[in-house]
Design a protein around this ligand. Sequence first.
Ligand code: PHE
Length: 344
Amino acid sequence: MEERIQSLLNEVNGYAAGDKAALEAFRLKYVSKKGAVGELFEELKQVPVEQKKTVGKVLNQLKQTAEARLQELTELLEASPVSSAEIDLSLPPIPNQTGNLHPLSLTRYRIIEIFERLGFSVADGPEIEDDFHNFSALNFPENHPAREMQDTFFVEKKGAGSDQDMLLRTHTSNVQIRMMENQKPPIRAIMPGRVYRNEAISARAHCFFHQVEGLYVDKNVGFADLKQTIYHFAKEMYGKDSKIRFRPSYFPFTEPSAEIDVSCLICKGVGCNVCKHTGWVEIAGSGMVHPNVLRKCNIDPEEYTGFAFGMGIERVTMLRYQINDLRLFSENDVRFLRQFQNVV
Ligand code: PHE
C-alpha cells in the first residue's frame, strides 16, 4: 500500500493541467472522497493496527500534497494566457498607438532650427537660480520696482535683494549671464527653457511658460543686426506675409529696448482675444545689452556690444497653430495633443 501511495504522490507532483477539464479530472481523482486517495483511506481501515500509524501518516501527506497541488494548478491556469484554441487569428490586429511631440516642442525645435542656420548655438541653464543671475547681474537695482515686473516665486529668501536668494527663474536671461561669465565674445547663442512667474492663470498667462532668449555679443554689433535677425526669424516662422513692428520699451538689461509685435495671424488683423482686438501680438522683448550687464560679466563695453531678445514659446505656438487658450498646453488632454500627430 505504501508503494501505491508513493506512486500516487509522484503522479500528483508531476501533473500538469492544460485546461479546466484536466484540472477537474485531477480534483476527482486525487482530492474528492470518491477518488483514488479516498479509496486508500477506505483501505486504511483494514491495515493492521501496528502499521496504521506509519501508513496513515504518508497517506495524510499525500492528501495534503494533492490539495496544495490543486490550488497551485488552479492559480497557474488562471494566470496563463488563453490557449491557442481560443485565439481568433482572423481578427484584425490592434494598431500600435504612436506618440507625438507636444506642440511646444514642435515650436521649440523650429525656432532652434531657424537660429542654428544663422550660426546661433543652443545653451541651457538652471531653473532654480540665485537672485544675482536672475536680477542683479541684469542691472536690476536692489529694491527697484522693475523686479516687480516679474512676479517672482522665491524658493529661499535670505534678505531683501540679497544676491543669494534662491528663486524660480523668471526668464532665461540667467543663461545669458552664465554664458558671458564663462565665455569670451564672440557669443552667439539662443537659450530655450522653462520660466516661472506668479501670475493669475488665464487664456493668455500661466504661472509657468517657456522662453527662448537670444544673445549676440561681438565687436560692432548694432541695432540693425537685431532688426534683421528678427525680420528673418518672422519670415521663416510665420511666412512671407507676416508683418513685424518694433515698439520702444524698457528693460533694465537693455538700452535701447524694444518690444516686437507680429501681425495677428489668428484673425488676420480683424481683432480677436489673442491680439486684444489690436491686430498685433507681442512676441518678444529685445534691445542692446546694457553696458552695466557686460561689465558685471567682465566684458569691456568699449570693445564689445551686443543685442538680446526673448520670446515666449507659448505665444509663438498659439499664433502658429491658431490656438486661443494657453492653458491647453499644460492640461495634457489627449484630444488636444493628438491633433499634432502629423504636424511638423
Ligand atoms: N527677459 C525679458 C523677459 O522675460 C525678455 C528680454 C530678453 C527682453 C532680452 C530684452 C532682451 O521679459
